[in-house]
Design a protein around this ligand. Structure first.
Ligand code: MRU
Length: 346
Protein backbone atom coordinates (compact mmCIF):
# COMPACT_ATOMS: atom_id res chain seq x y z
CA UNK A 1 0.00 0.00 0.00
CA UNK A 2 3.01 2.26 -0.47
CA UNK A 3 1.72 5.86 -0.72
CA UNK A 4 -1.88 4.67 -0.95
CA UNK A 5 -2.95 5.94 2.48
CA UNK A 6 -1.65 9.49 1.97
CA UNK A 7 0.81 11.09 -0.43
CA UNK A 8 2.05 14.34 -1.89
CA UNK A 9 1.02 14.80 -5.52
CA UNK A 10 4.05 16.38 -7.21
CA UNK A 11 2.19 17.32 -10.38
CA UNK A 12 -0.49 19.41 -8.63
CA UNK A 13 1.05 20.23 -5.25
CA UNK A 14 -1.87 18.60 -3.43
CA UNK A 15 -2.16 16.06 -0.64
CA UNK A 16 -4.19 13.05 -1.70
CA UNK A 17 -5.56 10.41 0.64
CA UNK A 18 -7.65 7.29 0.62
CA UNK A 19 -11.07 8.16 2.06
CA UNK A 20 -11.27 5.83 5.06
CA UNK A 21 -14.90 6.74 5.76
CA UNK A 22 -15.93 5.19 2.42
CA UNK A 23 -14.18 1.83 2.94
CA UNK A 24 -14.91 -0.99 2.42
CA UNK A 25 -17.88 -0.11 0.18
CA UNK A 26 -15.96 2.31 -2.02
CA UNK A 27 -12.26 2.86 -2.70
CA UNK A 28 -11.92 6.54 -3.50
CA UNK A 29 -9.30 9.22 -3.10
CA UNK A 30 -9.70 12.75 -1.77
CA UNK A 31 -7.47 15.57 -3.02
CA UNK A 32 -6.78 18.30 -0.49
CA UNK A 33 -5.89 21.55 -2.23
CA UNK A 34 -5.69 23.57 0.96
CA UNK A 35 -5.15 23.17 4.68
CA UNK A 36 -8.84 23.69 5.54
CA UNK A 37 -9.81 20.63 3.49
CA UNK A 38 -7.05 18.55 5.07
CA UNK A 39 -8.10 19.70 8.55
CA UNK A 40 -11.66 18.60 7.74
CA UNK A 41 -10.38 15.24 6.50
CA UNK A 42 -8.62 14.72 9.84
CA UNK A 43 -11.70 15.74 11.86
CA UNK A 44 -13.99 13.46 9.82
CA UNK A 45 -11.51 10.53 10.07
CA UNK A 46 -11.09 10.36 6.30
CA UNK A 47 -7.45 10.05 7.36
CA UNK A 48 -6.82 8.61 10.83
CA UNK A 49 -4.50 6.48 12.95
CA UNK A 50 -1.64 8.04 14.90
CA UNK A 51 1.33 7.61 12.49
CA UNK A 52 -0.82 8.55 9.47
CA UNK A 53 -1.85 11.69 11.38
CA UNK A 54 1.85 12.48 11.83
CA UNK A 55 2.31 12.22 8.07
CA UNK A 56 -0.86 14.25 7.45
CA UNK A 57 0.35 16.98 9.82
CA UNK A 58 3.71 17.09 8.03
CA UNK A 59 2.11 17.25 4.57
CA UNK A 60 -0.37 19.82 5.89
CA UNK A 61 2.38 22.24 6.86
CA UNK A 62 4.03 21.65 3.46
CA UNK A 63 0.68 22.38 1.82
CA UNK A 64 0.36 25.64 3.76
CA UNK A 65 3.85 26.64 2.61
CA UNK A 66 3.20 25.65 -1.00
CA UNK A 67 -0.13 27.51 -1.16
CA UNK A 68 0.86 30.72 0.61
CA UNK A 69 0.90 33.80 -1.64
CA UNK A 70 2.90 35.89 0.82
CA UNK A 71 6.11 37.44 -0.52
CA UNK A 72 7.32 38.76 2.79
CA UNK A 73 9.18 36.07 4.80
CA UNK A 74 7.94 37.04 8.32
CA UNK A 75 4.33 37.22 7.09
CA UNK A 76 4.78 33.94 5.21
CA UNK A 77 6.07 32.29 8.40
CA UNK A 78 3.20 33.73 10.44
CA UNK A 79 0.65 32.35 7.96
CA UNK A 80 2.21 28.89 7.88
CA UNK A 81 2.37 28.82 11.69
CA UNK A 82 -1.32 29.72 11.87
CA UNK A 83 -2.16 26.84 9.51
CA UNK A 84 0.02 24.51 11.59
CA UNK A 85 -1.92 25.46 14.73
CA UNK A 86 -5.21 24.82 12.93
CA UNK A 87 -4.01 21.33 11.99
CA UNK A 88 -2.75 20.70 15.51
CA UNK A 89 -6.17 21.54 16.97
CA UNK A 90 -8.05 18.97 14.87
CA UNK A 91 -7.46 15.93 17.12
CA UNK A 92 -5.94 16.22 20.59
CA UNK A 93 -4.93 12.69 21.63
CA UNK A 94 -2.47 11.27 19.07
CA UNK A 95 0.89 12.86 19.83
CA UNK A 96 2.16 12.01 16.33
CA UNK A 97 0.07 14.79 14.78
CA UNK A 98 2.00 17.52 16.61
CA UNK A 99 5.26 15.63 16.09
CA UNK A 100 4.82 15.61 12.28
CA UNK A 101 3.76 19.26 12.23
CA UNK A 102 6.75 20.35 14.33
CA UNK A 103 9.25 18.43 12.22
CA UNK A 104 8.27 20.38 9.12
CA UNK A 105 7.87 23.68 10.96
CA UNK A 106 11.42 23.47 12.28
CA UNK A 107 12.79 22.97 8.72
CA UNK A 108 10.76 25.94 7.50
CA UNK A 109 12.05 28.15 10.30
CA UNK A 110 15.64 27.27 9.43
CA UNK A 111 15.27 28.23 5.74
CA UNK A 112 16.32 31.67 4.51
CA UNK A 113 13.86 32.33 1.68
CA UNK A 114 10.23 31.56 0.92
CA UNK A 115 11.25 29.30 -1.92
CA UNK A 116 13.74 27.58 0.39
CA UNK A 117 10.97 27.12 2.98
CA UNK A 118 8.67 25.48 0.43
CA UNK A 119 11.32 23.09 -0.84
CA UNK A 120 12.47 22.19 2.68
CA UNK A 121 8.88 21.64 3.83
CA UNK A 122 7.96 19.26 1.02
CA UNK A 123 11.23 17.35 1.35
CA UNK A 124 10.82 16.97 5.12
CA UNK A 125 7.17 15.89 4.85
CA UNK A 126 8.15 13.23 2.31
CA UNK A 127 10.92 12.13 4.66
CA UNK A 128 8.43 11.79 7.54
CA UNK A 129 6.28 9.52 5.33
CA UNK A 130 9.22 7.43 4.11
CA UNK A 131 10.65 7.02 7.61
CA UNK A 132 7.25 5.95 8.90
CA UNK A 133 7.13 3.14 6.35
CA UNK A 134 10.60 1.97 7.35
CA UNK A 135 9.73 2.23 11.03
CA UNK A 136 6.64 0.06 10.58
CA UNK A 137 8.68 -2.68 8.87
CA UNK A 138 11.17 -2.61 11.76
CA UNK A 139 8.35 -2.79 14.31
CA UNK A 140 6.94 -5.72 12.35
CA UNK A 141 10.24 -7.58 12.32
CA UNK A 142 10.81 -7.14 16.06
CA UNK A 143 7.23 -8.02 16.95
CA UNK A 144 6.98 -11.09 14.71
CA UNK A 145 9.55 -12.86 16.88
CA UNK A 146 7.17 -12.63 19.86
CA UNK A 147 4.43 -14.66 18.21
CA UNK A 148 4.10 -18.45 18.28
CA UNK A 149 4.26 -20.29 14.94
CA UNK A 150 0.50 -20.83 14.98
CA UNK A 151 -1.76 -18.47 16.87
CA UNK A 152 -4.92 -16.42 17.04
CA UNK A 153 -4.33 -12.73 17.59
CA UNK A 154 -7.01 -10.32 18.78
CA UNK A 155 -6.72 -6.71 17.66
CA UNK A 156 -8.82 -3.60 18.19
CA UNK A 157 -9.42 -0.64 15.87
CA UNK A 158 -7.10 -0.34 12.89
CA UNK A 159 -3.34 -0.10 13.37
CA UNK A 160 -2.55 -1.15 9.84
CA UNK A 161 -1.33 0.30 6.56
CA UNK A 162 -4.31 2.64 6.63
CA UNK A 163 -3.14 4.10 9.94
CA UNK A 164 0.46 4.57 8.76
CA UNK A 165 2.38 5.13 5.52
CA UNK A 166 2.31 1.39 4.85
CA UNK A 167 2.55 -2.02 6.58
CA UNK A 168 1.15 -0.83 9.93
CA UNK A 169 2.17 -1.19 13.56
CA UNK A 170 -0.01 -3.91 15.15
CA UNK A 171 -0.92 -5.20 11.67
CA UNK A 172 2.73 -4.74 10.69
CA UNK A 173 3.65 -7.30 13.35
CA UNK A 174 0.98 -9.63 11.98
CA UNK A 175 2.11 -9.09 8.36
CA UNK A 176 5.76 -9.67 9.25
CA UNK A 177 4.91 -12.84 11.18
CA UNK A 178 2.94 -14.17 8.21
CA UNK A 179 5.82 -13.24 5.90
CA UNK A 180 8.13 -15.45 7.97
CA UNK A 181 5.77 -18.40 7.51
CA UNK A 182 3.81 -18.23 10.77
CA UNK A 183 0.16 -19.24 10.61
CA UNK A 184 -1.98 -16.50 12.08
CA UNK A 185 -5.68 -16.01 12.44
CA UNK A 186 -6.80 -12.52 13.37
CA UNK A 187 -9.87 -11.67 15.45
CA UNK A 188 -10.72 -8.09 14.51
CA UNK A 189 -12.92 -6.36 17.08
CA UNK A 190 -15.47 -4.30 15.15
CA UNK A 191 -14.60 -1.17 17.22
CA UNK A 192 -17.77 0.72 17.96
CA UNK A 193 -18.86 3.32 17.12
CA UNK A 194 -17.02 3.97 13.83
CA UNK A 195 -16.10 0.35 13.06
CA UNK A 196 -12.43 0.82 12.17
CA UNK A 197 -11.91 -2.88 12.96
CA UNK A 198 -14.81 -4.24 10.93
CA UNK A 199 -14.39 -1.86 8.01
CA UNK A 200 -10.65 -1.19 7.81
CA UNK A 201 -8.70 -3.97 9.54
CA UNK A 202 -10.86 -6.66 7.95
CA UNK A 203 -10.52 -4.96 4.53
CA UNK A 204 -6.74 -4.73 4.76
CA UNK A 205 -6.17 -8.27 5.99
CA UNK A 206 -8.66 -9.89 3.63
CA UNK A 207 -6.97 -8.05 0.74
CA UNK A 208 -3.64 -9.56 1.85
CA UNK A 209 -5.14 -13.04 2.21
CA UNK A 210 -4.55 -13.13 5.98
CA UNK A 211 -7.39 -15.03 7.72
CA UNK A 212 -9.54 -12.55 9.64
CA UNK A 213 -12.79 -12.90 11.58
CA UNK A 214 -14.74 -9.89 12.80
CA UNK A 215 -16.29 -10.04 16.27
CA UNK A 216 -18.34 -7.54 18.23
CA UNK A 217 -16.21 -5.83 20.86
CA UNK A 218 -18.18 -7.40 23.69
CA UNK A 219 -17.41 -10.97 22.46
CA UNK A 220 -13.69 -10.59 23.20
CA UNK A 221 -13.77 -11.60 26.88
CA UNK A 222 -15.80 -14.77 26.35
CA UNK A 223 -13.54 -15.87 23.47
CA UNK A 224 -10.54 -15.35 25.76
CA UNK A 225 -12.30 -17.41 28.43
CA UNK A 226 -12.90 -20.17 25.84
CA UNK A 227 -9.15 -20.30 25.07
CA UNK A 228 -9.62 -18.92 21.54
CA UNK A 229 -7.18 -15.99 21.87
CA UNK A 230 -3.39 -16.44 22.16
CA UNK A 231 -2.44 -12.78 22.39
CA UNK A 232 -3.69 -9.23 21.95
CA UNK A 233 -1.81 -6.77 19.72
CA UNK A 234 -2.86 -3.15 19.38
CA UNK A 235 -1.37 0.15 18.30
CA UNK A 236 -1.26 3.38 20.31
CA UNK A 237 -2.05 7.05 19.96
CA UNK A 238 0.15 8.17 22.83
CA UNK A 239 2.31 6.33 25.37
CA UNK A 240 2.85 8.33 28.52
CA UNK A 241 5.13 7.23 31.33
CA UNK A 242 2.25 5.29 32.91
CA UNK A 243 -0.32 4.40 30.24
CA UNK A 244 -1.08 3.53 26.64
CA UNK A 245 -3.77 5.67 25.02
CA UNK A 246 -5.50 3.83 22.20
CA UNK A 247 -8.97 3.44 20.74
CA UNK A 248 -11.63 3.18 23.42
CA UNK A 249 -12.12 -0.51 24.29
CA UNK A 250 -8.41 -1.30 24.43
CA UNK A 251 -8.44 -1.05 28.24
CA UNK A 252 -11.38 -3.46 28.42
CA UNK A 253 -9.45 -6.03 26.33
CA UNK A 254 -6.30 -5.56 28.43
CA UNK A 255 -8.20 -6.15 31.68
CA UNK A 256 -9.82 -9.30 30.25
CA UNK A 257 -6.52 -10.53 28.85
CA UNK A 258 -4.77 -10.12 32.21
CA UNK A 259 -7.58 -12.06 33.91
CA UNK A 260 -7.09 -14.92 31.44
CA UNK A 261 -3.28 -14.84 31.43
CA UNK A 262 -3.07 -13.70 27.79
CA UNK A 263 -0.20 -11.38 26.76
CA UNK A 264 -0.99 -7.87 25.54
CA UNK A 265 1.47 -6.31 23.09
CA UNK A 266 1.44 -2.66 22.04
CA UNK A 267 3.21 -1.85 18.76
CA UNK A 268 4.13 1.81 18.27
CA UNK A 269 6.89 4.01 16.86
CA UNK A 270 9.03 6.29 19.06
CA UNK A 271 7.03 9.24 17.74
CA UNK A 272 4.06 7.95 19.78
CA UNK A 273 6.00 8.05 23.07
CA UNK A 274 5.38 10.98 25.37
CA UNK A 275 7.33 10.07 28.52
CA UNK A 276 7.20 13.64 29.80
CA UNK A 277 3.45 13.27 30.37
CA UNK A 278 1.34 11.07 32.60
CA UNK A 279 -2.15 9.78 31.85
CA UNK A 280 -3.70 12.66 33.80
CA UNK A 281 -2.15 15.20 31.38
CA UNK A 282 -3.72 13.77 28.23
CA UNK A 283 -6.84 15.18 26.63
CA UNK A 284 -9.11 12.35 25.50
CA UNK A 285 -11.07 13.42 22.46
CA UNK A 286 -14.85 13.37 22.92
CA UNK A 287 -16.59 12.98 19.59
CA UNK A 288 -20.08 13.82 18.35
CA UNK A 289 -23.18 12.30 19.91
CA UNK A 290 -24.46 11.17 16.48
CA UNK A 291 -21.59 8.70 16.07
CA UNK A 292 -23.19 6.68 18.89
CA UNK A 293 -26.85 7.66 18.67
CA UNK A 294 -27.25 6.86 14.96
CA UNK A 295 -26.35 3.79 12.94
CA UNK A 296 -26.24 4.96 9.34
CA UNK A 297 -29.34 7.12 8.98
CA UNK A 298 -31.24 5.33 11.75
CA UNK A 299 -31.51 6.87 15.22
CA UNK A 300 -30.92 4.16 17.84
CA UNK A 301 -30.83 6.29 21.02
CA UNK A 302 -33.84 8.32 22.24
CA UNK A 303 -33.29 12.07 21.91
CA UNK A 304 -33.72 12.66 25.63
CA UNK A 305 -31.04 10.11 26.65
CA UNK A 306 -27.50 11.33 27.20
CA UNK A 307 -24.56 9.95 25.19
CA UNK A 308 -20.85 9.82 26.01
CA UNK A 309 -18.42 9.24 23.17
CA UNK A 310 -14.78 9.25 24.34
CA UNK A 311 -12.63 8.17 21.39
CA UNK A 312 -9.74 6.73 23.43
CA UNK A 313 -8.98 5.11 26.78
CA UNK A 314 -5.86 4.70 28.90
CA UNK A 315 -4.50 1.21 29.56
CA UNK A 316 -2.09 1.26 32.53
CA UNK A 317 1.39 0.09 31.49
CA UNK A 318 1.08 -2.53 34.24
CA UNK A 319 -1.31 -4.42 31.94
CA UNK A 320 1.05 -4.35 28.94
CA UNK A 321 3.33 -7.38 28.45
CA UNK A 322 5.68 -5.65 25.97
CA UNK A 323 5.99 -2.49 23.91
CA UNK A 324 7.16 -3.19 20.36
CA UNK A 325 9.11 -0.29 18.85
CA UNK A 326 11.33 0.16 15.80
CA UNK A 327 14.34 -0.10 18.13
CA UNK A 328 13.33 -3.33 19.80
CA UNK A 329 11.07 -4.76 22.48
CA UNK A 330 10.58 -2.95 25.78
CA UNK A 331 9.54 -5.10 28.73
CA UNK A 332 8.31 -4.27 32.22
CA UNK A 333 9.20 -2.64 34.47
CA UNK A 334 8.90 0.27 32.05
CA UNK A 335 10.76 3.34 33.10
CA UNK A 336 10.21 5.50 30.04
CA UNK A 337 10.83 8.70 31.98
CA UNK A 338 14.15 7.79 33.58
CA UNK A 339 15.50 6.55 30.28
CA UNK A 340 14.37 9.47 28.13
CA UNK A 341 12.50 7.73 25.36
CA UNK A 342 14.02 4.35 26.10
CA UNK A 343 12.94 1.67 28.55
CA UNK A 344 14.82 -1.59 29.07
CA UNK A 345 15.29 -3.34 25.72
CA UNK A 346 15.66 -6.99 24.85
O1 MRU B 1 -9.86 7.42 16.00
P1 MRU B 1 -8.79 6.72 15.21
O2 MRU B 1 -9.34 5.78 14.18
O3 MRU B 1 -7.77 7.68 14.66
O4 MRU B 1 -8.04 5.82 16.29
C1 MRU B 1 -6.91 5.10 15.87
C2 MRU B 1 -6.39 4.17 16.89
O5 MRU B 1 -6.84 4.13 18.02
C3 MRU B 1 -5.22 3.34 16.48
O6 MRU B 1 -5.23 2.12 17.17
C4 MRU B 1 -3.93 4.09 16.82
O7 MRU B 1 -3.94 5.36 16.25
C5 MRU B 1 -2.73 3.35 16.37
S1 MRU B 1 -2.56 3.40 14.61
C6 MRU B 1 -1.11 2.64 14.18
Amino acid sequence: MNGETIRWEDDTGEVSLLDQTALPARVRRIRCRDVDRLADAIRRLEIRGAPALGVAGAYGVALAAARSRERDLPRFLAGVTESAELLRSTRPTAVNLSWGIDRVLSKIRAARSIDGCRKAAIAEAKAVAAEDALTCHRIGDHGAALLPDRCTVLTHCNAGALATSEWGTALGVIRSAVATGKELHVLACETRPLLQGARLTAWELARDGIPVTVIVDSAAASLMQAGEVDCVIVGADRITRDAVFNKVGTYMHAVSARHHGIPVYVAAPRSTFDPGSSAADVVVEERAREEVSCIGNRRVVPDDAGVRNPAFDATPLALVSALITEDGILRPPYDLRATGKRGRQS
